[in-house]
Design a protein around this ligand. Structure first.
Ligand code: NAD
Length: 348
Protein backbone atom coordinates (compact mmCIF):
# COMPACT_ATOMS: atom_id res chain seq x y z
CA UNK A 1 0.00 0.00 0.00
CA UNK A 2 1.20 3.56 -0.67
CA UNK A 3 0.34 5.62 2.39
CA UNK A 4 0.40 9.41 2.64
CA UNK A 5 1.26 10.08 6.30
CA UNK A 6 0.78 13.66 7.50
CA UNK A 7 2.81 14.78 10.51
CA UNK A 8 5.36 12.03 9.94
CA UNK A 9 8.22 14.06 11.41
CA UNK A 10 6.43 14.28 14.77
CA UNK A 11 6.34 11.85 17.67
CA UNK A 12 3.59 9.40 16.69
CA UNK A 13 3.74 10.07 12.94
CA UNK A 14 7.41 9.12 12.84
CA UNK A 15 6.67 5.84 14.66
CA UNK A 16 4.00 5.13 12.02
CA UNK A 17 6.44 5.96 9.19
CA UNK A 18 9.18 3.72 10.62
CA UNK A 19 6.79 0.79 11.17
CA UNK A 20 5.00 1.15 7.83
CA UNK A 21 8.30 1.11 5.91
CA UNK A 22 9.50 -1.86 7.98
CA UNK A 23 6.32 -3.71 6.94
CA UNK A 24 6.92 -3.01 3.26
CA UNK A 25 4.51 -0.12 2.65
CA UNK A 26 5.51 2.87 0.54
CA UNK A 27 5.28 6.03 2.61
CA UNK A 28 5.03 9.68 1.65
CA UNK A 29 5.71 11.77 4.73
CA UNK A 30 4.00 15.17 4.45
CA UNK A 31 5.06 17.56 7.19
CA UNK A 32 5.39 21.35 7.51
CA UNK A 33 8.32 20.91 9.94
CA UNK A 34 6.93 23.07 12.74
CA UNK A 35 8.77 23.49 16.06
CA UNK A 36 7.51 19.98 17.03
CA UNK A 37 9.05 18.18 14.05
CA UNK A 38 12.38 16.46 13.79
CA UNK A 39 13.48 14.68 10.62
CA UNK A 40 15.99 12.71 12.67
CA UNK A 41 12.96 10.76 13.95
CA UNK A 42 12.76 9.13 10.51
CA UNK A 43 16.49 9.02 9.74
CA UNK A 44 16.42 5.20 9.96
CA UNK A 45 14.18 5.01 6.86
CA UNK A 46 15.25 8.16 5.00
CA UNK A 47 17.36 6.25 2.47
CA UNK A 48 14.77 3.55 1.84
CA UNK A 49 13.32 3.40 -1.70
CA UNK A 50 9.94 3.03 0.05
CA UNK A 51 10.20 6.50 1.66
CA UNK A 52 9.60 10.02 0.30
CA UNK A 53 9.36 13.33 2.11
CA UNK A 54 7.27 16.37 1.14
CA UNK A 55 7.58 19.57 3.13
CA UNK A 56 4.07 20.99 2.89
CA UNK A 57 1.57 22.74 5.15
CA UNK A 58 -1.94 21.31 5.53
CA UNK A 59 -3.15 24.91 5.69
CA UNK A 60 -2.16 25.23 2.01
CA UNK A 61 -4.76 23.54 -0.25
CA UNK A 62 -2.68 23.98 -3.43
CA UNK A 63 0.27 22.18 -1.84
CA UNK A 64 -1.99 19.29 -0.82
CA UNK A 65 -3.45 18.95 -4.33
CA UNK A 66 0.08 18.81 -5.72
CA UNK A 67 1.16 16.08 -3.27
CA UNK A 68 -1.89 13.88 -3.99
CA UNK A 69 -1.37 14.28 -7.73
CA UNK A 70 2.36 13.58 -7.54
CA UNK A 71 2.18 10.50 -5.29
CA UNK A 72 -1.22 8.85 -5.97
CA UNK A 73 -1.64 7.31 -2.48
CA UNK A 74 -3.88 4.32 -1.68
CA UNK A 75 -4.50 5.63 1.82
CA UNK A 76 -4.01 8.69 4.00
CA UNK A 77 -3.05 8.57 7.66
CA UNK A 78 -3.69 12.07 8.95
CA UNK A 79 -1.68 12.85 12.08
CA UNK A 80 -0.43 16.41 11.41
CA UNK A 81 -1.72 18.62 14.19
CA UNK A 82 -0.80 21.09 16.85
CA UNK A 83 -0.69 18.69 19.78
CA UNK A 84 0.35 20.41 22.99
CA UNK A 85 -2.50 21.27 25.38
CA UNK A 86 -0.58 23.98 27.24
CA UNK A 87 0.32 25.74 23.99
CA UNK A 88 -3.37 25.64 23.02
CA UNK A 89 -4.22 27.52 26.19
CA UNK A 90 -1.57 30.19 25.51
CA UNK A 91 -2.35 30.55 21.77
CA UNK A 92 -5.44 28.72 20.48
CA UNK A 93 -5.50 30.32 17.00
CA UNK A 94 -3.01 28.02 15.30
CA UNK A 95 -4.86 24.99 16.73
CA UNK A 96 -7.99 26.06 14.87
CA UNK A 97 -6.02 26.82 11.69
CA UNK A 98 -4.12 23.51 11.63
CA UNK A 99 -6.38 21.04 13.38
CA UNK A 100 -9.74 22.27 12.03
CA UNK A 101 -9.00 24.10 8.77
CA UNK A 102 -6.03 21.86 7.99
CA UNK A 103 -8.19 18.73 8.36
CA UNK A 104 -10.86 20.35 6.18
CA UNK A 105 -8.18 20.99 3.53
CA UNK A 106 -6.99 17.38 3.78
CA UNK A 107 -10.55 16.09 3.38
CA UNK A 108 -11.18 18.28 0.35
CA UNK A 109 -7.89 17.33 -1.27
CA UNK A 110 -8.49 13.63 -0.58
CA UNK A 111 -12.06 13.84 -1.85
CA UNK A 112 -11.09 15.55 -5.13
CA UNK A 113 -8.35 13.00 -5.70
CA UNK A 114 -10.61 10.04 -4.81
CA UNK A 115 -13.47 11.26 -6.99
CA UNK A 116 -11.11 11.88 -9.93
CA UNK A 117 -9.92 8.27 -9.62
CA UNK A 118 -13.51 6.99 -9.83
CA UNK A 119 -14.21 6.70 -6.09
CA UNK A 120 -12.25 3.46 -5.41
CA UNK A 121 -13.76 1.54 -2.47
CA UNK A 122 -10.32 0.46 -1.34
CA UNK A 123 -9.18 4.05 -0.61
CA UNK A 124 -8.90 5.01 3.08
CA UNK A 125 -8.75 8.35 4.86
CA UNK A 126 -7.62 7.47 8.40
CA UNK A 127 -8.02 10.31 10.86
CA UNK A 128 -5.91 10.00 14.01
CA UNK A 129 -7.40 11.63 17.09
CA UNK A 130 -7.32 11.70 20.85
CA UNK A 131 -9.41 10.47 23.78
CA UNK A 132 -9.43 14.07 25.04
CA UNK A 133 -12.42 14.77 22.76
CA UNK A 134 -14.55 12.82 25.26
CA UNK A 135 -13.84 15.18 28.18
CA UNK A 136 -13.15 14.09 31.72
CA UNK A 137 -14.21 10.91 33.52
CA UNK A 138 -15.30 10.37 37.14
CA UNK A 139 -13.00 8.34 39.42
CA UNK A 140 -15.16 5.15 39.13
CA UNK A 141 -12.82 2.63 37.39
CA UNK A 142 -15.82 0.89 35.78
CA UNK A 143 -16.50 3.99 33.66
CA UNK A 144 -14.30 4.32 30.55
CA UNK A 145 -14.46 6.05 27.18
CA UNK A 146 -16.11 3.87 24.53
CA UNK A 147 -16.66 4.76 20.89
CA UNK A 148 -20.21 5.81 21.90
CA UNK A 149 -19.18 8.22 24.65
CA UNK A 150 -20.59 11.68 23.79
CA UNK A 151 -18.05 14.31 22.84
CA UNK A 152 -17.31 16.86 25.57
CA UNK A 153 -13.99 18.58 24.77
CA UNK A 154 -12.80 21.07 27.35
CA UNK A 155 -9.48 22.55 26.13
CA UNK A 156 -8.80 24.48 22.89
CA UNK A 157 -6.70 21.47 21.79
CA UNK A 158 -9.40 18.86 22.42
CA UNK A 159 -12.12 21.13 20.96
CA UNK A 160 -10.07 21.52 17.77
CA UNK A 161 -9.55 17.75 17.53
CA UNK A 162 -13.27 17.11 18.21
CA UNK A 163 -14.13 19.52 15.38
CA UNK A 164 -11.81 17.65 13.04
CA UNK A 165 -13.38 14.29 14.01
CA UNK A 166 -16.85 15.67 13.18
CA UNK A 167 -15.63 16.94 9.80
CA UNK A 168 -14.20 13.52 8.94
CA UNK A 169 -17.48 11.76 9.79
CA UNK A 170 -19.41 14.37 7.79
CA UNK A 171 -17.23 13.79 4.71
CA UNK A 172 -18.07 10.09 4.96
CA UNK A 173 -21.81 10.58 5.43
CA UNK A 174 -22.15 13.39 2.90
CA UNK A 175 -19.66 12.52 0.16
CA UNK A 176 -19.07 8.81 0.80
CA UNK A 177 -15.33 9.27 1.43
CA UNK A 178 -14.09 5.94 2.89
CA UNK A 179 -12.88 7.07 6.31
CA UNK A 180 -11.77 5.33 9.50
CA UNK A 181 -11.13 7.12 12.79
CA UNK A 182 -9.14 6.32 15.90
CA UNK A 183 -9.09 7.99 19.32
CA UNK A 184 -6.10 7.11 21.45
CA UNK A 185 -4.98 7.72 25.00
CA UNK A 186 -1.70 9.39 26.03
CA UNK A 187 1.34 8.06 24.22
CA UNK A 188 4.90 7.83 25.49
CA UNK A 189 8.15 6.41 24.14
CA UNK A 190 11.25 7.25 22.08
CA UNK A 191 11.34 10.58 20.19
CA UNK A 192 8.74 12.20 22.49
CA UNK A 193 9.24 15.95 22.23
CA UNK A 194 11.00 17.33 25.31
CA UNK A 195 8.13 19.61 26.39
CA UNK A 196 5.75 16.72 27.16
CA UNK A 197 5.34 15.30 30.66
CA UNK A 198 7.43 12.12 30.52
CA UNK A 199 10.48 13.64 28.77
CA UNK A 200 10.26 16.73 31.00
CA UNK A 201 10.42 14.49 34.07
CA UNK A 202 13.32 12.37 32.77
CA UNK A 203 15.36 15.34 31.56
CA UNK A 204 14.71 17.56 34.59
CA UNK A 205 15.62 14.63 36.84
CA UNK A 206 18.94 14.16 35.05
CA UNK A 207 19.62 17.93 35.19
CA UNK A 208 18.98 18.02 38.95
CA UNK A 209 15.96 20.32 38.40
CA UNK A 210 12.51 20.27 40.01
CA UNK A 211 10.08 17.62 38.70
CA UNK A 212 6.91 19.70 38.23
CA UNK A 213 3.54 18.07 38.87
CA UNK A 214 0.28 19.94 38.31
CA UNK A 215 -2.00 20.34 41.35
CA UNK A 216 -1.77 17.38 43.73
CA UNK A 217 -0.78 14.88 41.02
CA UNK A 218 -4.08 12.99 41.22
CA UNK A 219 -5.08 13.46 37.56
CA UNK A 220 -5.28 10.07 35.88
CA UNK A 221 -4.07 9.31 32.35
CA UNK A 222 -4.10 6.01 30.44
CA UNK A 223 -0.64 5.42 28.94
CA UNK A 224 0.24 3.61 25.70
CA UNK A 225 3.69 2.88 24.25
CA UNK A 226 3.95 4.78 20.96
CA UNK A 227 5.07 1.75 18.92
CA UNK A 228 1.97 -0.14 20.08
CA UNK A 229 -0.14 2.82 18.93
CA UNK A 230 1.59 2.77 15.52
CA UNK A 231 0.87 -0.97 15.25
CA UNK A 232 -2.82 -0.38 16.05
CA UNK A 233 -3.00 2.44 13.48
CA UNK A 234 -1.62 0.27 10.69
CA UNK A 235 -4.09 -2.47 11.60
CA UNK A 236 -6.97 0.01 11.39
CA UNK A 237 -5.92 1.50 8.06
CA UNK A 238 -5.51 -2.02 6.63
CA UNK A 239 -8.49 -3.80 8.18
CA UNK A 240 -10.77 -1.26 9.89
CA UNK A 241 -14.40 -1.06 8.74
CA UNK A 242 -15.22 2.01 6.66
CA UNK A 243 -17.02 4.71 8.63
CA UNK A 244 -16.10 3.09 11.94
CA UNK A 245 -14.08 4.54 14.80
CA UNK A 246 -11.82 2.61 17.17
CA UNK A 247 -10.63 3.59 20.63
CA UNK A 248 -7.00 2.66 21.30
CA UNK A 249 -5.53 2.35 24.78
CA UNK A 250 -3.33 0.07 26.83
CA UNK A 251 -5.52 -0.03 29.98
CA UNK A 252 -2.66 1.50 31.95
CA UNK A 253 -4.26 4.09 34.19
CA UNK A 254 -1.83 5.94 36.43
CA UNK A 255 -2.10 9.13 38.45
CA UNK A 256 0.51 11.66 37.39
CA UNK A 257 2.16 11.27 40.77
CA UNK A 258 2.36 7.46 40.42
CA UNK A 259 3.79 7.85 36.93
CA UNK A 260 6.47 10.30 38.04
CA UNK A 261 7.41 8.08 41.00
CA UNK A 262 7.72 5.09 38.65
CA UNK A 263 10.03 7.09 36.37
CA UNK A 264 12.13 8.14 39.38
CA UNK A 265 12.43 4.51 40.47
CA UNK A 266 13.63 3.47 36.99
CA UNK A 267 16.15 6.32 36.92
CA UNK A 268 17.35 5.42 40.41
CA UNK A 269 18.21 1.96 39.04
CA UNK A 270 19.60 2.95 35.62
CA UNK A 271 21.46 6.15 36.58
CA UNK A 272 21.73 6.26 40.41
CA UNK A 273 22.27 9.63 42.06
CA UNK A 274 25.22 10.14 44.36
CA UNK A 275 22.77 10.42 47.27
CA UNK A 276 18.99 10.08 47.63
CA UNK A 277 16.32 9.44 45.01
CA UNK A 278 15.18 11.45 42.00
CA UNK A 279 11.79 11.48 43.75
CA UNK A 280 13.26 14.04 46.16
CA UNK A 281 13.06 16.53 43.24
CA UNK A 282 9.24 16.27 42.90
CA UNK A 283 7.55 19.70 43.19
CA UNK A 284 3.83 20.47 43.02
CA UNK A 285 2.89 23.48 40.88
CA UNK A 286 -0.33 25.45 40.24
CA UNK A 287 -2.80 23.32 38.27
CA UNK A 288 -3.52 23.80 34.56
CA UNK A 289 -6.84 25.65 33.96
CA UNK A 290 -9.64 23.19 33.11
CA UNK A 291 -7.37 20.20 33.85
CA UNK A 292 -9.36 17.03 33.07
CA UNK A 293 -9.45 14.67 36.08
CA UNK A 294 -9.31 11.28 34.38
CA UNK A 295 -9.02 9.69 30.95
CA UNK A 296 -9.42 5.94 30.44
CA UNK A 297 -10.00 4.03 27.22
CA UNK A 298 -12.11 0.91 26.76
CA UNK A 299 -10.27 -0.78 23.85
CA UNK A 300 -12.74 -3.72 23.56
CA UNK A 301 -13.73 -2.95 19.95
CA UNK A 302 -10.24 -2.90 18.44
CA UNK A 303 -9.34 -6.01 20.47
CA UNK A 304 -12.45 -7.97 19.49
CA UNK A 305 -12.83 -6.87 15.87
CA UNK A 306 -9.19 -6.47 14.79
CA UNK A 307 -7.35 -8.62 17.35
CA UNK A 308 -5.02 -5.81 18.46
CA UNK A 309 -3.03 -6.17 21.69
CA UNK A 310 -0.25 -3.95 23.06
CA UNK A 311 3.16 -5.65 23.02
CA UNK A 312 4.64 -4.18 26.20
CA UNK A 313 3.43 -3.50 29.72
CA UNK A 314 3.66 0.08 30.93
CA UNK A 315 6.57 -0.85 33.20
CA UNK A 316 8.50 -2.35 30.26
CA UNK A 317 7.64 0.59 28.02
CA UNK A 318 8.70 3.20 30.58
CA UNK A 319 11.99 1.41 31.16
CA UNK A 320 12.68 1.30 27.40
CA UNK A 321 11.79 4.98 27.20
CA UNK A 322 14.09 6.06 30.03
CA UNK A 323 16.91 4.00 28.52
CA UNK A 324 16.28 5.64 25.13
CA UNK A 325 16.63 9.15 26.62
CA UNK A 326 19.81 8.08 28.41
CA UNK A 327 21.20 6.79 25.09
CA UNK A 328 20.08 9.71 22.89
CA UNK A 329 21.27 12.85 24.61
CA UNK A 330 22.28 14.60 21.34
CA UNK A 331 18.68 14.25 20.04
CA UNK A 332 16.97 15.88 23.03
CA UNK A 333 19.65 18.50 23.65
CA UNK A 334 19.18 19.82 20.09
CA UNK A 335 15.42 20.14 20.60
CA UNK A 336 15.60 21.74 24.03
CA UNK A 337 16.90 24.94 22.41
CA UNK A 338 13.75 25.43 20.34
CA UNK A 339 11.27 28.26 20.86
CA UNK A 340 9.18 27.97 24.01
CA UNK A 341 10.50 24.53 25.01
CA UNK A 342 11.20 24.26 28.71
CA UNK A 343 8.79 27.07 29.60
CA UNK A 344 5.84 24.73 29.77
CA UNK A 345 5.06 21.61 31.68
CA UNK A 346 4.33 18.34 29.99
CA UNK A 347 0.96 17.53 28.54
CA UNK A 348 -0.66 15.13 30.89
P1 NAD B 1 3.61 16.08 17.39
O1 NAD B 1 3.35 17.49 17.84
O2 NAD B 1 4.77 15.35 17.94
O3 NAD B 1 3.76 16.05 15.80
C1 NAD B 1 2.91 16.79 14.96
C2 NAD B 1 3.55 16.85 13.58
O4 NAD B 1 2.63 17.55 12.71
C3 NAD B 1 4.87 17.63 13.56
O5 NAD B 1 5.84 16.91 12.83
C4 NAD B 1 4.51 18.94 12.88
O6 NAD B 1 5.57 19.51 12.12
C5 NAD B 1 3.36 18.50 11.97
N1 NAD B 1 2.47 19.64 11.68
C6 NAD B 1 1.95 20.52 12.57
N2 NAD B 1 1.25 21.46 11.91
C7 NAD B 1 1.32 21.14 10.60
C8 NAD B 1 0.79 21.73 9.42
N3 NAD B 1 0.06 22.85 9.48
N4 NAD B 1 1.04 21.15 8.23
C9 NAD B 1 1.78 20.01 8.15
N5 NAD B 1 2.35 19.43 9.23
C10 NAD B 1 2.11 19.99 10.44
O7 NAD B 1 2.24 15.31 17.66
P2 NAD B 1 2.02 13.79 18.10
O8 NAD B 1 2.06 13.71 19.58
O9 NAD B 1 2.88 12.91 17.28
O10 NAD B 1 0.50 13.59 17.68
C11 NAD B 1 0.17 13.18 16.33
C12 NAD B 1 -1.33 13.06 16.22
O11 NAD B 1 -1.83 12.12 17.14
C13 NAD B 1 -2.08 14.35 16.48
O12 NAD B 1 -3.14 14.46 15.56
C14 NAD B 1 -2.60 14.20 17.88
O13 NAD B 1 -3.79 14.92 18.07
C15 NAD B 1 -2.84 12.70 17.94
N6 NAD B 1 -2.74 12.09 19.27
C16 NAD B 1 -1.66 12.32 20.07
C17 NAD B 1 -1.57 11.68 21.31
C18 NAD B 1 -0.36 11.85 22.20
O14 NAD B 1 -0.36 11.33 23.31
N7 NAD B 1 0.69 12.53 21.78
C19 NAD B 1 -2.58 10.81 21.73
C20 NAD B 1 -3.67 10.60 20.87
C21 NAD B 1 -3.74 11.23 19.64
Amino acid sequence: MKILVTGGAGFIGSAVVRLAVARGHSVVNLDALTYAACLENVASVADSPLYAFEQADIRDPAALARVFEAHQPDAVMHLAAESHVDRSIDGPGVFIETNVMGTYNMLQAARSYWEAKGRPESFRFHHISTDEVFGSLPADPAVKFTEDTPYDPRSPYSASKASSDHLVRAWHETYGLPVVLTNCSNNYGPFHFPEKLIPVIILNALAGKALPIYGDGSNIRDWLYVEDHADALLLVVEKGAVGRSYNIGGENERTNLELVKTLCGILDRLRPKAAGSYADQITFVTDRPGHDARYAIDPSRIRAELGWRPSVTVEEGLEKTVQWYLDNEAWWRALQGREGVGQRLGKA
